[in-house]
Write a protein that binds this ligand. Structure first.
Ligand SMILES: [Zn+2]
Length: 310
């Protein structure tokens, strides 16, 4: 738990006990779920929580808000940060603010945008469930999506393209931004979290940690083993500031997918050197790099990675 610039950063467990100690005097009837769209996952480097939050606050002040818009922010690594006081109505969603709590999720969860990490998913489920419990609300009527409202603050009850004010929290947020998607995908998880039967997403076992130097700063990347090969986790690379994203066209959620190993190229000498360096230093599989180069990321990333390893 760390406080800086008036914001407090917590793990979900810390948030749960922090919330229990909060005295909230205004009536709460709705938990709003949003995505920030910008900043997205690419702007999160694993350690810039406070910078992103302060930047959002500055932006919100610049457009005339009294404070940062949201009451809470949830980050891709599953950590939670306080925003404006829970005792102050947020500026999240016209029509749902007076009795609402606004949660902003860092990321772009429209189709083709960011792929939500398991840690982020778990945090959204647990934080929302904790708020519902705290304020005596149910997953049936106590949660709302920004997309279920018009610009003028009329409740539509679901996302209707052309009438909804926004797609927020994203057309791919927990299976979609409609009420039907919520009922099918997120609501059951909230119900499970509230009755204690929620199973967190299992992470692959980390067999090794590698230190990577990016712009003079050290990051720890997690290395996992799958099918006898070692891979650096995509989330890990992403948090180290690399431009690593989900390939929506190929539906590859991570660099551990079998397709990563399907192709070994004859690179030119410089690229081969970079690949060798990366393998030795970072534990990246040759085929993983080859995949990155051929299918998505281009020589630029290989060069950037290699430069970071020097
Ligand atoms: Zn929103």
């Amino acid at each position: 738990m760390k406080t800086q610039s008036g914001f407090t950063l917590m793990t979900v467990a810390e948030f749960e006990s922090w919330l229990a100690s909060q005295r909230v005097t205004r009536g709460i009837r709705l938990v709003q779920l949003h995505h920030t769209w910008s900043p997205a996952y690419a702007q999160f480097n694993g350690s810039n929580h406070f910078t992103l939050q302060s930047n959002m606050k500055s932006y919100h002040l610049s457009i005339g808000y009294a404070d940062i818009a949201q009451n809470l922010t949830i980050f891709p690594d599953g950590q939670v940060m306080t925003g404006r006081s829970l005792n102050t109505a947020p500026a999240g969603c016209v029509g749902a603010n007076t009795n609402g709590i606004c949660i902003e999720n860092i990321g772009n969860f429209d189709v083709g945008g960011d792929t939500m990490t398991d840690a982020h998913k778990d945090a959204i489920v647990r934080v929302t469930a904790a708020l519902l419990k705290k304020f005596g609300l149910s997953p049936e009527s106590g949660v709302t999506y920004h997309a279920w409202w018009t610009e003028g603050g009329t409740s539509l009850g679901t996302y209707i393209a052309g009438r909804s004010c926004k797609t927020c929290p994203g057309t791919a947020f927990f299976g979609g931004n409609t009420r039907a998607s919520y009922d099918k995908c997120l609501k059951p998880l909230l119900m499970a979290a509230m009755n204690g039967s929620y199973q967190e997403e299992e992470d692959d076992e980390v067999i090794e940690q590698k230190t990577v130097l990016v712009d003079g700063k050290e990051y720890t990347c997690e290395c996992i083993e799958k099918d006898g090969h070692n891979f650096v986790k995509m989330r890990s690379l992403s948090q180290a500031g690399y431009d690593v994203v989900f390939d929506a066209a190929r539906q590859l959620p991570a660099m551990t997918a079998p397709q990563c190993r399907a192709f070994v190229p004859d690179g030119d000498e410089a690229v081969q050197d970079a690949i060798d360096t990366l393998q030795e230093t970072c534990g990246l599989e040759e085929q993983t790099i080859a995949y990155m180069r051929k299918y998505k990321y281009g020589d630029e990333l290989v060069t950037k990675l290699a430069a970071a390893m020097k």
